[in-house]
Ligand binder design. Structure first.
Ligand code: CP
Ligand code: NVA
Length: 336
């Protein structure tokens, strides 16, 4: 196994609330510096390489990662499933030892979560989870950043960004989020993050599509210690009650394409519409999040393209949050 002390970023279950807030505060500061002050990074990653090993498609995560490494003065080396032997013709153990001996960080998008755990176990450099079948942690940072920008201090004009003036630990606790959809990697990541930060979570999944039992127990124990609301149901209306934010994701994650017809049948009644939100009793000014890519079956156009929808701001914030994660792991070498 790799030397102790190399920080990895695989799931927020491994991080404290303070470490998650530090990443958010850093992302918000980066957005202010780069987008609004046009500051240069000083190229702290000059001469360094991040191997970006993706065995599944990506738009947001890949663009955010490559542009962030470029901003920091390093080289993002994209290695797709057709390019390298990522567990296909060579074991992950061997791949991890070889690649980590030549680069300064690894960001990987994998199928099974155990693949990213194996990469981290044998890597001598930091490993970042860019999505696995169990977790998608960088996505949740972008969601939290977007909620902070929405519920925190508001700028007096579009060009005066003020989100960095208030810490997200002041604006996020007490919000209530309703997840209406599949018990998938995005939901799991919210479950290991929100209760820890004091953000209430209502979950509605169709029968047979609930989240991982072990992650339910983990979330329940966190919710108990932070005294945060957490509820599971198979009724979307019940979960929507009093929600500030309604969130969903595709019903058919990458790798589940063959289940499409069955899933569309089983998720009947789960499409997010204004009507559903009204019937369920969401707060009148409820907001909508979706990690994208989006299909129409899980959310109607009238919600997705409405002023309630934060999805494009959320997508942009993938950039600033991934920049913060790369900065923490490859430059600061710590989450502190
Ligand atoms: N939300 C997200 O991870 O998008 P990509 O799959 O396009 O990276
Ligand atoms: N649940 C989706 C998220 C895509 C960003 C998937 O795993 O395909």
């Amino acid at each position: 196994p790799a030397p102790q002390g190399v920080p990895h970023y695989l799931t927020h279950a491994d991080l404290s609330a303070k470490e998650i807030y530090n990443l958010l505060a850093s992302a918000i500061q980066h957005k202010h510096n780069v987008k609004y002050l046009n500051k240069s990074s000083g190229a702290p990653l000059a001469g360094k390489t991040l191997a970006v090993m993706f065995s599944k498609r990506s738009t947001r995560t890949r663009v955010a990662t490559e542009s962030s490494v470029t901003y920091l003065g390093g080289h993002p080396m994209f290695l797709g499933s057709q390019d390298i032997q990522l567990g296909v013709n060579e074991s992950l153990l061997d791949t991890s030892k070889v690649v980590s001996s030549m680069v300064d960080g690894i960001m990987a998008r994998v199928g099974s979560h155990s693949d990213i755990e194996t990469l981290a176990k044998y890597s001598t450099v930091p490993v970042i989870n860019a999505l696995s079948d169990k977790y998608h942690p960088t996505q949740i940072l972008a969601d939290l950043m977007t909620l902070h920008e929405t519920y925190g201090p508001q700028p007096s004009s579009p060009s005066s960004y003020v989100a960095h003036q208030t810490h997200p630990s002041k604006t996020l606790p007490g919000l209530r989020v309703a997840w209406i959809g599949d018990g998938n990697n995005i939901l799991h990541s919210m479950m290991v993050t929100f209760p820890k930060l004091g953000i209430g979570l209502n979950v509605a999944t169709p029968k047979g599509y609930g989240p991982n039992e072990e992650i339910i127990r983990h979330a329940q124990s966190e919710a108990k210690s932070t005294q945060t609301h957490l509820m599971f149901s198979s009724d979307p209306r019940e979960a929507i009650k009093d929600a500030d934010v309604i969130v969903t994701d595709t019903w058919i994650s990458m790798g589940q394409e063959e289940e499409k017809a069955q899933r569309i049948k089983d998720f009947a009644g789960f499409q997010i519409t204004s009507q559903l939100a009204k019937e369920g009793g969401a707060k009148s000014d409820w907001k909508f999040l979706h990690c994208l890519p989006r299909k129409q079956e899980e959310v109607s156009d009238e919600v997705f393209y409405s002023p309630r929808s934060l999805v494009f701001q959320e997508a942009e914030n993938r950039k600033w949050t991934i920049l913060a994660v790369i900065d923490a792991l490859m430059v600061k070498k710590s989450f502190d």
